[in-house]
Design a protein around this ligand. Structure first.
Ligand SMILES: NC(=O)c1ccc[n+]([C@@H]2O[C@H](COP(=O)([O-])OP(=O)(O)OC[C@H]3O[C@@H](n4cnc5c(N)ncnc54)[C@H](OP(=O)(O)O)[C@@H]3O)[C@@H](O)[C@H]2O)c1
Length: 286
């Protein structure tokens, strides 16, 4: 297949490129990084030019402005990139019958349920990032019938800055650790998510999917598990409430995702603890 991947310099986009490059003809595109196609998804003509020149069999679209606090401070830019940029890709691919896979987020939900969100639960974003991603979801659903919307959560990847790296670094530096107890989601290894996406695009079972490592956990429990598994079992972590950690973008409180649609076609990611252990082993490998 000819596959166009947006956000290819990012954590998930890079992982998708590496996984698919062996068996497919992959075009990697991003606004930054060492990629073969510089592409700003807010530029409609540039998106159309690249898609028409390449005629991909599918477009995978993880590109996004993922700085959630930046999105809260500049909601217009969030909508321009995550919403309207996605709309461009949806209308171009939809008009040409090209399938589109859009990566979205658990932050399209408000976090007010006391159970994990299913694919059929109603989105109700409570911050600018979540709203911009939800706008992108609606554009994809309305403009391209051959779409996959893949929601995920709390991604961790090798190389990139993420929660696991930050917690371990703070423990190494002997810094006092304070972590929120009342924010819950599913820590998800980009490598597992990329593998699940590769499986999904072979199925042509279009629709909305919640692809996360199995199990939900609070930020505090996640941090505790990481330190225990990294040789820092004696490092204390103070438990704090989310209101003691003010940020421009407050995430939903209980934003765990349940994978029903993927499970029905046997696409299930391993439990998050196994994924974190595998990640830590890979980080420790020479
Ligand atoms: N990270 C998470 O915890 C998480 C959780 C749930 C869902 N998601 C979703 O998963 C997807 C992948 O996340 P990730 O963590 O891999 O993101 P990432 O590492 O930030 O990668 C996104 C890439 O898109 C690029 N980009 C930004 N604006 C662009 C534009 N106008 N045109 C083209 N490319 C642009 C980014 O460049 P810059 O670096 O210059 O911005 C970056 O290289 C995103 O759609 C995100 O919303 C992420």
């Amino acid at each position: 297949m000819k596959i166009l991947i947006t956000g290819a310099a990012g954590n998930l986009g890079g992982q998708l490129c590496r996984r698919l490059a062996d068996q497919h003809q992959v075009a990697d595109a991003d606004i930054v990084g060492d990629v073969s196609h510089k592409l700003d998804i807010t530029d409609y003509q540039a998106c159309r030019g690249l898609i028409d020149a390449m005629r991909p069999d599918i477009v995978l679209h993880p590109a996004a402005w993922t700085d959630v606090n930046g999105c809260a401070l500049d909601p217009d830019k969030a909508l321009r990139v995550n919403g309207v940029g996605t709309q461009h890709l949806a209308s171009i691919t939809g008009g040409r019958g090209i399938p589109l896979l859009y990566v979205s987020t658990n932050e399209v939900f408000d976090g007010a349920l006391d159970r994990a969100y299913s694919e059929y639960d109603r989105a109700n974003p409570i911050n600018a990032y979540g709203y911009s991603k939800w706008y992108g979801e609606r554009a994809v659903a309305q403009l391209n019938p051959r779409h996959y919307i893949v929601r995920s959560a709390w991604l961790f990847a090798h190389g990139g800055r993420n929660f696991i790296h930050a917690i371990r670094q703070a423990a190494k530096d002997g810094k006092p650790l304070r972590v929120v107890t009342n924010e819950v989601a599913n820590p998800t290894y980009t490598s597992d998510l990329a593998q699940a996406i590769v499986q999904l695009i072979e199925t042509e079972r279009y629709g909305t999917y919640h692809l996360v490592n199995e199990g939900a956990v609070s930020r505090w429990q996640f941090a505790r598990f990481v330190l225990d598994a990294s040789g820092f079992a004696n490092t204390p972590i103070e438990r704090i409430s989310r209101h003691e950690w003010p940020r421009p973008s407050l995430p939903p409180e209980y934003a765990a995702l349940a994978n029903h649609a993927g499970a029905s076609i046997e696409i299930v990611l391993r439990p998050w603890r196994d994924a974190v252990r595998a990640f830590l082993e890979a980080e420790a490998a020479p």
